[in-house]
Design a protein around this ligand. Structure first.
Ligand SMILES: *Cc1c(COP(=O)(O)O)cnc(C)c1O
Length: 351
């Protein structure tokens, strides 16, 4: 098996055409990408080459049956130009967990990290210093075999593309608790970063937008009585000084940020219960003025405070807090990510 990465560099960098102070999320990509093919039962021919379109047969399984998984992670630069990733081993494990569920062959660990670190070193100028700046990393796998039989493909492409990102400032996020639609079901693929999970949310989310809500908090598919997670974020509730979050299961994505927030809560002696959280108890707490915060956690926004919600026609606004848990966790996570503080749990990964 040939696992030496062949590198072809572009002769025209786009970096000077990019306005790094006005980046929309996921619109601009760096000069190069990583690509590796699965053929005859092996991952072969890893290459780094100029970012750009490529040919795939119209009959490729990915277009018909959504056989595709992805990851989302970030690289950061500290004041000395050292590059770090945040817990990339978690993303490596997760992409293979997702792949396995979608009958996609697992990707080798050494190639994942070699591809990633080589690509990041080539694109180091695209990672800007300063709090909030990062390079969003999107590894993904697609079924490329041209054959429309409804069965797993025998050919795949693993790729990594990179997009410079700024932490978007938190607008006034308000959410709808799901009462009709579901994101995932028992025994399904909700725990996987499977492409189709996201397409299935677009329509219900657009209905929420029409009502003035940015996102939906998904509830369990069978009763809609328990709060599970947002579309791309896990979710935390603060009732008085107690944090609550749902346990992960086959319907909920096991977020790296979620895991890190749970650890930070313990480090800060904040009480946290990982258990089913009912819509009824959250509405009750809100009525009593005991619901102090709701926030989402995910790689893209890190921590995203939620200021209000609607369920069953009842609308609730949350208080504006001075010292929120959300801002504490965001600060502490970013301090670790930008190498501004100790890293007691070894979350930083030097590139
Ligand atoms: C990616 C994702 C998250 C957040 O996971 P992180 O590892 O923290 O980025 C949460 N929920 C869903 C559905 C996701 O796709």
């Amino acid at each position: 098996m040939n696992t030496t990465i062949k590198v072809t560099l572009t002769d025209h960098s786009k970096i000077n055409e990019v306005d790094f102070n006005n980046l929309l999320f996921g619109r601009v990509f760096t000069d190069h990408m990583f690509e590796c093919d699965f053929v005859d039962g092996e991952w072969v021919n890893p290459v780094i080459k100029p970012y750009g379109p490529f040919e795939v047969e119209p009959s490729a399984r990915v277009f018909h049956y959504g056989q595709a998984v992805f990851e989302g992670m970030k690289a950061f630069k500290d004041d000395n130009d050292t590059i770090f990733m945040f817990r990339p081993d978690e993303n490596f494990r997760r992409i293979n967990k997702s792949a396995k569920r979608l009958a996609i062959p697992e990707f080798p660990e050494n190639l994942f990290f070699d591809g990633l670190t080589n690509l990041l070193r080539i694109e180091k100028n695209w990672i800007k210093k300063g709090r909030g700046n990062s390079l969003y990393i999107r590894p993904f796998v697609i079924a490329t075999e041209g054959a429309i039989a409804a069965s797993p493909a025998s050919k795949y492409k693993f790729m990594i593309i990179l997009s410079p990102a700024q932490s978007y400032y938190n607008q006034d996020v308000r959410v709808l608790f799901a009462e009709k639609y579901s994101r995932s079901a028992d025994g399904g693929v909700g725990f996987a970063k499977a492409a189709g999970n996201y397409a299935a949310q677009f329509y219900p989310t657009s209905l929420a937008h029409e009502k003035g809500y940015q996102q939906i908090i998904w509830t369990d598919a069978s009763t809609h009585e328990y709060l599970e997670e947002a579309g791309t974020m896990n979710i935390f509730f603060r009732v008085n000084d107690m944090l609550l979050t749902a346990p992960t299961n086959d319907r909920i994505l096991d977020g790296v940020t979620r895991k890190s927030v749970i650890q930070l809560a313990k480090d800060n002696d904040i009480e946290i219960e990982i258990r089913r959280v009912s819509v009824a108890e959250i509405k009750e707490a809100a009525k009593k003025g005991e619901l102090l915060e709701i926030f989402g956690s995910g790689t893209a926004a890190v921590i995203n405070p939620i200021h209000g919600f609607e369920h069953g026609g009842d609308i609730f606004d949350l208080p504006k807090l001075e010292n929120s848990y959300a801002s504490l966790f965001k600060q502490q996570l970013m301090d670790i990510q930008y190498n501004l503080t100790e890293d007691p749990h070894n979350w930083r990964y030097k590139v």
